[in-house]
Design a protein around this ligand. Structure first.
Ligand SMILES: [Zn+2]
Length: 274
């Protein structure tokens, strides 16, 4: 599942390519799962609007749309198209003569002649429209230290579960939670409430460091993630614990362990993490 750095990479790629473009028409497939708003509502909201910006909010891609001319006066100028990629979703910018891939659920024709296509084999992705979208939780790259510390204060759940709780921080998933905990020297099963202010300060720093490094490398390519160009990221080569069960820790040579916490695999070094 794409996490914050992968979605950021995709949103930046889309922003650089479709900002300013105008939506001429919208085709939506017949499968109901990808549509969180009704097909009629999505089509009516997107059609004849200009894409003013594309950005990430948590794990969502947000297309900021503006109306033009009579439409802007009639139905309000602004709207948002919200895309959640789920497990296997991708949003591609295609030439109109490119073959339509299997599992294409939406095709948005742009005035530039290109098309935005939403492809999702497993259909956990979601398309919706909104006016003032709120993804909930704090943005991990913007949150201040004191706010970050207060998010975890007094929580009896393992810190790993708290990091994955999207109502606290939005966008951190399994990979970046494991990698952040390794860099902070904290075991995933530790109760959030047991962490000292200094532990949380280190975790705050490592979460931001890991996310920024991953964004700079285009995210992690695990399973079938690709960006809007169909390119893979390379942060997976920097993973120190995630997916390395049974391999040796790069810092101390101890064998990396895997435990299951709240149904999710967690990877950690039993020597580097306390
Ligand atoms: Zn180690």
């Amino acid at each position: 599942m794409p996490e914050l750095p992968e979605v950021e990479t995709i949103a930046r790629g889309l922003a650089s390519r479709v900002t300013g473009d105008f939506i001429e028409s919208v085709w939506l497939g017949s499968k109901p799962e990808p549509l969180k708003s009704s097909a009629a509502e999505i089509a009516a909201t997107l059609q004849s609007r200009r894409i003013a910006d594309v950005h990430r909010m948590g794990k969502h891609i947000v297309f900021e749309l503006v109306g033009e001319g009579r439409r802007a006066r009639r139905s309000g100028a602004k709207a948002q198209w919200i895309v959640h990629l789920g497990m296997t979703g991708s949003m591609l910018v295609c030439k109109p003569d490119a073959e339509i891939a299997k599992h294409t659920h939406a095709v948005v024709k742009l005035a530039s002649g290109r098309e935005l296509r939403f492809v999702d084999p497993r259909r956990f992705g979601r398309l919706s429209v909104a006016r003032d979208f709120d993804a909930g939780g704090c943005e991990p790259l913007d949150v201040k230290l004191d706010r970050f510390i207060s998010l975890f204060h007094g929580r009896k759940t393992p810190i790993k579960s708290a990091l994955l709780n999207q109502k606290l921080l939005r966008g951190v998933g399994n990979i970046y939670a494991d990698e952040s905990l390794f860099r902070a020297g904290i075991r995933p099963r530790r109760r959030a409430a047991s962490l000292t202010r200094e532990n949380l300060r280190r975790l705050y720093k490592s979460v931001q460091e890991v996310l920024k490094e991953a964004i700079s490398l285009g995210g992690s390519s695990v399973s079938d993630y690709v960006d809007s160009d169909g390119q893979e990221g390379s942060f997976q080569l920097q993973h120190r614990v995630y997916g390395r069960e049974g391999e040796r820790c790069r810092a101390c040579k101890k064998v990396i362990k895997r435990v299951v916490i709240a149904g999710r695999s967690s990877h950690y070094c039993p020597r580097c993490q306390k």
